[in-house]
Design a protein around this ligand. Structure first.
Ligand code: PGA
Length: 249
């Protein structure tokens, strides 16, 4: 597949610096000859530690969020400039936990995405429907809205620095994975939306990860689907013995 696979680990609010360092060391060794694109996203507190360990490896460094402004009176927030200073290359935005626990809306996610891109960071833009939205037949509509609104004002020249992660909220951390067929259908739909916005070449080349209870035993079946180009992994990214088999599926 021309697009290439992109496997990312979102460590969420886990790990001290020592724990993060231990995992980063294991992954650098285990994935040195891995054939895909890789990223780990530790907590802010472990970014500097992990940056030093993944530098020069084939594992990119990601952050899990960023502030909507470059600097200023924003107690508790972390700016893209500070992330860049630590060696962060990519920022995950619009994760369902940010949207649903911390009430981030599409407008805010979009402003963060544009700011990150402006400062040279790549973006993983997460989209995905709640269970009640899926049951009401609204999965496509929700993903369309989050994709269209999230990408507003992002140019065709910037789009290659954006990865979309489709993460059905009901599959995150629940052990319930979307079937490869159901996931692929939404991925195809998101690709169609990208085509409407940016044209067919952009639609063909955008990388769309699946996220939501990706495990060693379901990764290969998901990745075999035409429109699934990688994974954003939460729980199974916290240990080398579960992340490495996914990354080397
Ligand atoms: P999970 O999380 O793999 O633990 O379901 C995925 C995510 O939130 O990115």
């Amino acid at each position: 597949m021309a697009r290439g696979y992109f496997i990312a680990g979102n460590w969420k609010m886990h790990k001290t610096r020592a724990e993060a360092a231990a995992l980063a060391r294991e992954l650098v060794a285990a994935l040195a000859d891995g054939g895909h694109k890789y990223l780990v996203a530790p907590s802010f507190t472990a970014l500097e530690t992990v940056a030093a360990l993944v530098r020069g490896s084939n594992i990119l460094l990601g952050a899990q969020n960023c502030a909507v402004e470059e600097e200023g009176a924003h107690t508790g927030e972390v700016s893209v400039l500070q992330l860049k200073d630590l060696g962060v290359q990519t920022v995950i935005l619009g994760h369902s936990e940010r949207r649903h626990i911390y009430k981030e809306d599409d407008g805010l996610v979009n402003r963060k995405a544009r700011l990150a891109l402006k400062h040279g960071l790549d973006v993983i833009l997460c989209v995905g429907e709640l269970l009640e939205e899926r049951e009401a037949g609204k999965a496509e509509a929700v993903c369309r809205q989050q994709t269209v609104e999230g990408l507003k004002g992002i140019s065709a020249a910037e789009l290659p620095r954006v990865t979309i992660a489709y993460e059905p909220v009901w599959a995150i951390g629940t052990g319930k994975t979307a079937t490869p067929e159901d996931a692929d259908a939404i991925h195809a739909y998101i690709r169609k939306v990208i085509g409407e916005l940016y044209g067919s070449a952009a639609a063909e080349s955008i990388v769309i990860q699946y996220g939501g209870s990706v495990k060693p035993d379901n990764a290969a079946a998901l990745m075999a689907k035409e429109n699934i180009d990688g994974a954003l992994v939460g729980g199974a990214s916290l240990r080398a013995d579960t992340f490495v088999p996914i990354a080397r599926f």
